[in-house]
Design a protein around this ligand. Structure first.
Ligand code: XBP
Ligand code: MG
Length: 251
């Protein structure tokens, strides 16, 4: 099938938002609420097993054998976290990952439908689009599927299925871009082919069955990307090109 649609994960894929963005914002919210709890870098990596910030706060309590706060208290804490996250993003703390803008622009110019499928909160996504990508991308993405719009977050396929329904596209013509095991599982369960760009938090996740696993999308003027899995036998993978993404869909 031809490549007609690309659905992008956000956190870890468009930008490395987790360690220096979301994690820091959670800690600011804990401090603001007068709580002792802080999530250091390794602890946050363990908590990433659960997607969704509110779900993550609950999981952090439950795995320590503590009673989780009431749903409205978690929601209040998470709203504070989102405000802090917006501030960090607005301050320009988190750049796009290499190759993201290049591939987005090339795909957009080629008339490929582009969308977002993420578990993060819409307000957090909006901040990243406005400050890291540019406001024109609010119109260039044909769908922004985010957060609680579906009840079951990744690794459930629901957010991908929702985005495809909204766009009127099928899994056969759609490629997912992901960075994590949960994201890859969600894409696969939705019937999508998937390219994975790993990061420090996700490098040991299981991506068996993915269509390409690389260290980053890369750029012509950067050192060549590391290729961890290339089941389609793509060539010239010094950086990921739109032609590679098309070849994956044909393969
Ligand atoms: C990332 C997530 C999110 C963020 C935090 O998912 O799991 O929960 O860590 O965002 P994806 P919120 O990579 O699919 O975007 O606190 O707004 O949930
Ligand atoms: Mg991700």
């Amino acid at each position: 099938m031809a490549l007609n649609c690309i659905l992008w994960d956000v956190d870890g894929t468009l930008a490395d938002t987790e360690r220096d963005g979301h994690r820091v914002a959670f800690n600011m919210a804990f401090e603001e609420a007068g709580l002792e709890r802080r999530w250091d870098v390794p602890t946050y990596g363990e908590l990433l097993a659960v997607t969704g910030g509110k779900e993550r706060i609950r999981f952090d309590h439950e795995r320590r054998g503590l009673e989780a706060p009431a749903a409205e208290d978690i929601a209040g804490l998470h709203a504070s976290k989102t405000r802090h996250y917006q501030g960090l993003i607005a301050a320009g703390r988190i750049p796009l990952r290499p190759g993201v803008r290049r591939l987005l622009e090339e795909a957009y110019e080629a008339g490929i439908t582009l969308g977002v499928a993420t578990t993060t909160t819409p307000a957090a996504l909006d901040a990243l689009i406005e400050h890291s990508l540019g406001s024109e991308w609010f119109d260039r993405f044909a769908v922004l599927a985010a957060g609680d719009i579906v009840p079951a977050k990744k690794p459930a396929p629901d957010i991908y299925t929702y985005a495809m329904d909204r766009l009127g596209v099928t899994p056969h013509e759609t490629l997912a871009m992901e960075d994590s095991g949960n994201g890859w599982k969600a894409a696969a369960a939705a019937g999508l082919k998937c390219v994975v760009t790993i990061n420090d938090y996700t490098k040991d996740h299981d991506f068996s069955g993915a269509d390409l696993v690389v260290s980053e999308f890369g750029e012509p003027d950067r050192p060549p990307v590391h290729v961890f899995d290339n089941p389609h036998g793509l060539e010239d993978l010094d950086y990921v090109r739109l032609s590679h993404l098309r070849a994956i869909m044909h393969g």
